[in-house]
Design a protein around this ligand. Structure first.
Ligand code: AGP
Length: 602
């Protein structure tokens, strides 16, 4: 939702903070700011403004100091404005905050500071509360203050009276830390500090870190020192830039063959699915009589594919829930339910809260997560990490395909354990899975054909996507991609459902994207395509090579795979379609309006 960064050490803080904020802009990009401790004035000097980090950069050229904190904002409380930008200073205290404080109005009234506040934010109230709690001991002031908070927070705090020192504390919202010979660093996401050290740690919740150029002192709320679990950065951080692509999204689409292969290959032993590297015991798959998948957005769409695969191959019932609705929908969760949470960031609070609910109700929990050490990963009984590497573009692409790849592996595992597939059947399933990277590459190699097809959508306001069977949930993901980066109102429909109402919206020139990959549904899907064509729809078809027919115009041919394995190459081609429409419309593909990469508000 927002991004925070902090540094204290032997170098000038400004450049390090700005570099970190640029990397964190995907988390929130409506305003930014930094505060640096001025060694002569002996106070924190703040520069902040609405707009992008480069706007802030132009305002901060003369800032000196070796200690500072910074923030990129996705507005939750208060409009997008200079005043509501972070950092916030009240009295002796300067704060940057990621999260939502639910009782900030009560605290504001109790402190009686309404007339002293300069912003509409909950975060400035936190600064006032810490300032009021400060009687000389900064850690105690922070502990006393946060004990009064309800809600989520990752806070980096500086005090005018304490030179070159940063304090940090968190509840749910993430903070990762690392150090090197040049100093100590903290950030919302390891992608912002991974270039400084490959060893990092996640600040434990409800602990306070005191950070100086020599490193970290971490204590619990009783003031007792605590140890942290060191983690190893397991991706090539030098690959964390755009590598020459105009947008991260294109780079991440192009990385998919490699990251799908990396995610799959490390979990196949002698042709069989194997989760021993994740320390996931077969027992959770053996004992489950039902599966609930809980996730949001694209991650939920990956869950829909998982449902189709597991139910069709394993005959195990799978329900898929929007995480934001899960705990309010009286879900049936028992001790033989396996709840699978899917999340790229591992910080989506809707999914995290649903996970905690499932655990309270006795379910085994397994999470499919991309970011190591994230809140959902740490809260889960079991974790399977996708090997997508850092995903910076707000529109999720490689995270989705690696999540689906894990669902293929889970399907094969359950099918084998429950005797639905014998050794030959499972090894054949797995060998088809291993063909996916090559099939995706063949789509990427012909992306110019997709770019050409995208031109017909540039002026569209609405678009319909129609498919049957597995093509329908695949199109739900494709539709979200088109919506969220090109701002075209797009809807996915099960083709057979159109004639029950929605076809009333199809008129001459209406853009319709048809996905035709499922052999067993081909004739019915073709009937539905003809129905919209006969009403004047402008149809673009993504069709598997063996099903292509002359009556299908504006086609993109998809590589041949077995029915269940067609959807990843299909979705990749539709990711590209959405990407080309948005980029040719001149939109900010990586940072679409109103969106943030990590949604840590409910
Ligand atoms: C997908 O393109 C969106 N960025 C969004 O739907 C995202 O998938 C959703 O917010 C879930 O995020 P997570 O995977 O980090 O939990």
């Amino acid at each position: 939702m927002c991004g925070i960064i902090g540094y204290t050490g032997y170098s000038e803080a400004r450049g390090i903070l700005l570099k970190g904020l640029k990397t964190l802009e995907y988390r929130g990009y409506d305003s930014a700011g930094i505060s640096v401790y001025h060694p002569d004035f002996r106070e924190c000097l703040t520069t902040k403004c609405k707009g992008r980090v480069e706007d802030l950069e132009r305002k901060t050229s003369d800032i000196k100091g070796n200690t500072g904190i910074g923030h990129t904002r996705w507005a939750t409380h208060g409009e997008v404005s200079d005043a509501n930008s972070h950092p916030h200073k009240f009295g002796n205290v300067t704060v940057v905050h990621n999260g939502i404080i639910e009782n900030y109005e009560t605290i504001k009234n109790t402190l009686d500071v309404a007339d002293k506040l300069k912003s509409e934010t909950d975060s400035e109230v936190v600064a006032a509360l810490i300032d009021r709690c400060f009687t000389g001991d900064p850690q105690q002031a922070i502990v006393d203050a946060v004990k009064k908070l309800s809600g989520t927070y990752a806070l980096a705090v500086m005090f005018d009276s304490i030179a070159d020192t940063i304090f940090a504390v968190r509840n749910v919202s993430p903070i990762v830390c690392c150090k090197n010979d040049d100093g100590a660093y903290l950030a919302s996401d390891v992608v912002a500090i991974g270039g400084y050290s490959e060893d990092y740690f996640v600040l434990p919740e409800f602990s306070v870190a005191k950070i100086t150029k020599d490193g970290f002192e971490i204590s619990n709320f009783k003031g007792e020192p605590i140890e942290v679990e060191m983690l190893k950065l397991d991706w090539d951080i030098s690959n964390s830039g755009k590598c020459g692509y105009p947008f991260y999204m294109e780079k991440e689409i192009m990385e998919q063959p490699r990251v799908i292969e990396k995610t799959v290959m490390s979990r196949i032993k002698s042709g069989l699915p194997d989760f021993s590297c994740d320390k996931v015991d077969d027992e959770i798959f053996k004992k489950c009589s039902a599966i609930s998948v809980v996730a949001c957005g694209t991650a939920m769409h990956a869950g829909l594919i998982g449902k189709h695969l597991i139910e069709s191959v394993c005959s195990v019932p799978v329900s898929v829930h929007m995480a934001s609705e899960f705990m309010y929908s009286n879900p049936i969760v028992t001790d033989d339910t396996l709840v699978i949470c899917v999340s790229q960031s591992g910080e989506t609070i809707d999914t995290l809260e649903a996970l905690k609910y499932a655990k309270r109700h006795g379910a085994d929990t397994l999470s499919i997560v991309n970011v190591r050490g994230s809140s959902i990963a740490r809260e889960s009984d079991n974790v399977i990490y996708t090997d997508a590497g850092p995903e910076i573009a707000v529109a999720s692409t490689k995270a989705y395909t690696t999540q689906v790849a894990v669902f293929y592996l889970i399907t094969a595992k359950i099918a084998y354990l429950k005797g639905k597939l014998n050794y030959e059947g499972v090894t054949r399933f797995i060998s088809e899975l291993q063909r996916i990277p090559e099939a995706v590459q063949s789509v990427l190699d012909r992306r110019s054909d997709i770019h050409h097809l995208s031109n017909s959508l540039l002026t569209a306001e609405h678009a319909f996507m129609i498919g049957r069977g597995l093509d329908y949930p695949a199109l739900m993901e494709a539709s979200l991609k088109l919506k969220e980066i090109s701002y075209i109102h797009s809807e996915a429909f099960a083709s057979g459902e159109l004639k029950h109402g929605t076809i009333a919206l199809i008129t001459s020139g209406t853009p319709v994207i048809a996905l035709v990959t499922q052999q067993y549904l081909f004739s019915k899907q073709m009937s539905n395509v003809r129905e919209v064509q006969s009403r004047g729809a402008q149809v673009i078809t993504f069709v598997r090579r063996s099903l292509k027919s002359d009556e299908l115009k504006n086609c993109f041919e998809l590589p041949e795979m077995e029915d269940e394995f067609m959807l990843i190459p299909a979705v990749v081609s539709l990711q590209l379609l959405a990407y080309y429409v948005a980029s040719d419309k001149g939109l900010d593909v990586d940072k679409p309006r109103n969106l943030a990469k990590v949604v840590t508000v409910e």
